[in-house]
Design a protein around this ligand. Structure first.
Ligand code: GLP
Length: 241
């Protein structure tokens, strides 16, 4: 495991973008797993800059997002489809046929989860998975106590996650209570993992993830067992290490 501690959010975003970019440059048809939330926004902006400077070509890249709220369609501004399109995809030359995000309005959850897993298999697995981390230790939307063996599945969101994510909605009542998320097993099968975290409110969970027991109670603790993880923290997120 490589841990990189940087001064601030801007530096984290630049470092992360360069790691993603180097994958795409070395393997133009890479499959990249992507995350949402506030943390990776700066990385997406830095990647867009690198694309505009003609360092990277995304035309052969395939992407897989970690998760989507159940019940939100792509046109809903709170959906992760909307977030990804507006913050990243529309600014680069990725083919939208190569973009994969669980579909929150699917008719059958089981079929959607199976379809998602099959799609990942079809391209030979995920080369590099980008992750953020929830304050309760979730990765994707894998809340505490979800089995480590889980593949893409339906999740009931925790109170803590609903509270934390309510900042993106008009009121807490509007936050969906369910989501479709890649499972821990799906994430752990990625060849490389890049986890990003900033800010004081992540310091405790970062400490627990790295030094605590490996337990489904803190889903990100499983990353201690992954053979190729890079984590980038700002000084505040790393303040308890
Ligand atoms: C959400 C997402 C996660 C993300 C987490 C942290 O719940 N499903 O993938 O890592 O929030 O978000 P933030 O980066 O805004 O702290």
């Amino acid at each position: 495991m490589r841990i990189i501690i940087v001064n601030d959010y801007a530096e984290m975003s630049q470092r992360a973008a360069r790691i993603v970019a180097s994958h795409v440059i070395l393997k133009p048809n890479s499959s990249i797993g992507l995350a949402t939330g506030s943390t990776p926004l700066g990385m997406y902006n830095a990647l867009i800059d690198l694309y505009n400077q003609e360092y990277i070509d995304f035309s052969k890249v395939t992407t897989f997002n970690l998760d989507e709220y159940y019940g939100l369609g792509s046109a809903n501004p709170q959906s992760y489809h909307y977030y990804m399109y507006n913050n990243f995809f529309k600014h680069i030359n990725i083919g939208m046929a190569n973009v994969n995000i669980p579909y929150g309005m699917c008719k059958s959850i089981e079929d959607e989860c199976n379809r998602y897993e099959e799609k990942i298999e079809e391209v030979g697995g995920i080369d590099l998975q980008v992750l953020g981390i929830g304050r309760n230790g979730h990765i994707g939307f894998n809340e505490p106590d979800i089995k480590f063996e889980a593949k893409t599945h339906m999740v009931n969101l925790d109170e803590d996650t609903i509270n934390a994510n309510s900042r993106f909605f008009k009121s807490i009542e509007e936050v969906p209570r369910k989501a479709i998320s890649m499972g821990i097993k799906t994430i752990m099968r990625a060849r490389k993992i890049l986890l990003l975290a900033v800010g004081k409110d992540k310091a405790k969970v970062i400490y627990q993830m790295l030094y605590g027991k490996i337990t489904p109670e803190l889903p990100a603790s499983i990353l201690q067992l992954h053979p190729d993880v890079t984590m980038i923290f700002d000084k505040e997120a790393a303040s308890l290490l």
